[in-house]
Design a protein around this ligand. Sequence first.
Ligand SMILES: [Zn+2]
Ligand SMILES: [Zn+2]
Length: 882
Amino acid sequence: MSDAGYDHATVERRWQEAWDDADVYRTPDDVEDPTYVLGMYPYPSGKLHMGHVRNYTITDAYARYRRMRGDDVLHPMGWDAFGLPAENAAKERDTNPRDWTIDCIETMTDQMESMGFGYDWDREITTCTPDYYQWNQWLFSRFHEEGLVERRDAEVNWCPHCETVLADEQVEGEAELCWRCDTPVEQRELEQWFLKITEYADELLEDIDDLEGWPNSVRQMQRNWIGRQEGTELEFGIDGYGDVEAFTTRVDTIHGATFFALAPDHPISEELAAEDADVRHFIEEEADPDGDEPNGVETGLTATNPVTGDEIPVYVADFVLSDVGTGALMAVPGHDERDHAFAEKHGIDIVPVIAPEPDGDEEPTAPDVAEGAYTEDGVLINSGEYDGLDSETARDRLTEDIDSAEWTEQYQLRDWGISRQRYWGTPIPVIHCDDCGPVMVPEEDLPVELPEFINTTGNPLDAAEEWKQTTCPDCGGDATRETDTMDTFVDSSWYFLRYVSPGLDEAPFDLAQANDWMPVDQYVGGIEHAVMHLLYSRFFTKVLADHEGLEHREPFTNLLAQGMVQLEGEKMSKSKGNVVSPQRIVEEYGADTARLFMMQAAQPERDFDWSEEGVRSTYAFLDRLKGMVEGYIADEPDGDDDAIASYVDAEIDATIAIASDEYDDLTFNKALRETQDLVRTLRQYAEYTDPHAETYERGLSAVVRLLSPVAPHLTEELYETLGNDGFVAEAAWPTAEVDRDYVAKRRRLVANTREDIRDIVEVAGIEDPNAIDVVIAPDWKYDALEIAIESDADNLIGELMQESHIRDQGDAAADYGQDLQAEREALSMTLEPEAEHAALESAAWLIEREFDAPVRVVRAEDADEDVLANAEPGRPAIEIDD
Ligand SMILES: [Zn+2]
Ligand SMILES: [Zn+2]
C-alpha cells in the first residue's frame, strides 16, 4: 500500500465480496439476446500478465457500460487449458499437466477477481475437462460424417525440440522457427487428420466484406491467408508423359517461358526418382520447400510450349508445391523473381516479353532483366502476333486461343492439419483396426478420456499401453486407439458457443439459446490471432450453420485487436526481464488505478508505454476524487444557482454526452479525458466559490458513474457515500442531450479567449491586472464571416461590399475583408454574437480566477470604436486595465 492515499485494498475487497454475494454479473438463461461481450480466453500459464489485464479491462469496462445502459450482458470467462507448455511444465516439475493446469487456473482466477473483472463464473469453461473436450470429439465425428475430415499422408512441419507437428501458422518468419521455442522447423511425412477448411474458402473470403465491425488490417490478413488467385490452367506436353497441367496467373508471359518445373512429389517426379539417382537424391535430401532459395534438378526431359512450340527443359524444383495449383508450372525468369533466381543458378535463358507501357506513340522498350525480373503488367514484346497487347488483354486472348487453357481460381489456404503427437490435448476419437482401417469411436462411447500422464520423451499416449489397446467398434477384433491429439485451436473454434449453455450434457450447445444469444457482439483479443483462431472460428460457425441448425454464419460481429503494453518502447517479456507484474501494481495502488491508468493511456488498439509515474498520478487522481466526494458530504455547500453554476451545468451535460459517445466507440481514453476534465472544473468551482449544491452534486454523481466501468471499486464506495442504494454497477448511465457542435464552438471560444489574455499579460508584462474587458465583435463581422465561408467568388471583398450594412463600415469592412481573404481556407463558423456573449459571461469566473481581476463581457454596441476593430467572431477583443 502507498504511504498516503486511500485504503484501496479494503475498498476493493469489500466490493468484490458484495458483488459476489449479490450475483451482480450473473446472466440468467432466460434473458433475451443479451449483449455478448467476450475477451479471448487465456491460456492458463500461471499468472496474469499486463496483456491479459489490458484485454480483460477493455471487455470488462465495455460490459459494465452496456449493463448501465440497460442491456442484459453476457460476459463469461474460461480457460484455453490444453497445450504444450503444461506438458513441458509437468515434465520439469515432475507433476502432471492436469494438476499443473488446475493450479494455474486457481491462481489466475484469484487474480482476475482481484482486478474486479465482473464475470459470470457460473458459465466458466475449462477445455481440458472431459465435459468440454467430449464435444471436440463429437464435432470431429460430425465433421467426419459430413465429409469434412480426411486422413492423408502429409509433409508436416516438425519441431525437433517440441517433438510435435506444427501448423503452417505456427512456423514463424523467414528462418522458419517454431512459434513456441524458436527451434528451426524440419519436414516429416506422417499420416495426419485434416479438417477440410478449403471447402469453405470462397465463403470465408467473400464474407470478409460483410465484417464491417472488424479492423481492416485483420480482414486483409484473412484475405491474404486465403489467397485466392485467378489464373489460367493449361497443358504442356512432356515427351513420354503426355500432357501435364500447369497453372499460371501470368499467361501473358508465356513467350518468355524458358523452363518447366514440377513439384518434388508430382507423379512424374516420383516416377523419375525411381530410375534417376540425381532426381531421387534431390527429392530425398535437398528439396526444401520452405528454404530461402529455389533449388532444383534437371530431368533431361523437355516440355513443349503450347503457343510457341519451343522445347524447354523440365526441372524438379522445391519451390513448386503439389498442393498449390497443379504442382507444375511454366517458369518465366524475365518476369518472376523466384524463376529468375532459379534461372541464374542453372544458366537458363532469361527473355523479356513484357515492356513497361511506353509514353504516347513511342515503341515499347524491353526492360533490363539481367539483374532482376520485371514483374509488373505492361505491353507484350517478343511475343509474335501478341506484340503490342497490354497484359490484361493478352491474358484473355491467350486463354481463349490455347486449346487446353481455361480460367480458374487457386487458393493459398490449405486444409487444416489437426493431428498433434502430444498428450495434453483432446484425443482424436478414432480406433485403428487392421481389418477395417481407421474407425470413428461411436457417439455412445464418447468421451475418449485421456489416460494418466506418463513422463516420457515421446508421446505419452503411445506409452499408455493399456489405454491404447481396445476393440474395433466395427468387427470387434483387437484394435488400437489413435494416439494423436487435436490441435488446441479446435477447442477455441467453438468455445464461445459453449458459454451459452455451459453445463449441457446432450449437445455442445443449446441450439435455441445459441440462435438467440449469438453472435458475440464485441470480441476483444490480440492481433496475433488474426488468421488462425479467427479464421477457424468462422469456419466452425459456418459448418455448424450448414449441419447443426445454427442460424448464424459469423461468430463475431465486432472485433477489437488491442495493442501491446510496452516498457520503454519494448514488448514486455520474461526473457528480457522487462516485465511489470500486475500483482505488484494491484498491491501497491489497487486494481482501479491499474485499470484506469491503462485505459486512459491510449486508445485500445494502440501500443503504449507503461509508466510508473502515470500510475502514481492516476492513483492521486482517484484519491483526490474521493476527498471531493467526502468533503461535499461532510460540509454541504450553499451557493447560488448563478452564471457559474450554469457554466458547470453545461459542462456536466457536455461531458456526459461526449463520454457516452466515446464509450460506444470503445475509445475509453477519450471518455476518461472528458471525465477528468469535468473533475477539474468541479474542483475549480469549489475552490472559487461556494457551489450550488444541486449542481455540484449532479457533477460528482455524473463523474462517479462515468468512471465506474473503468474504476469499479472506488466508484461503488463513492456512489454509496453520495447516499445511493444498490450498486453503481447496476445504476442507470447518466444521459444528456447536447449539441456537440455547439459545445465544441463554446469550448473553443473560451479556450481562445483565455489564451489571448495570457498572451497579452505576458507580452505587455502586466503583473497584476485591475480589470479585464472582453469585447464581442459587431454583428456585421459575423455576417461577413458567413458570406466568406459560403462564397466561392474570387473577389471576396467585392462580394462583401454588395451588402450595404457591411459597405457602410468603410475601411473597417475592407480591412476585415482582407483578413478573411487571407485565411479563407481555414475559416469556420462560430457561435452567434448573443451566444458568444452568454458563453463568455458564464465562463468569466474562470478568467477572474486565473488572473485575479474582475471581468466584464461587453457587447459591441457598448464598446469603444477603437477596441471593436480588434474583435472578431470567435475571438473577442481584450482590454486590460493595469
Ligand atoms: Zn518448438
Ligand atoms: Zn475392425
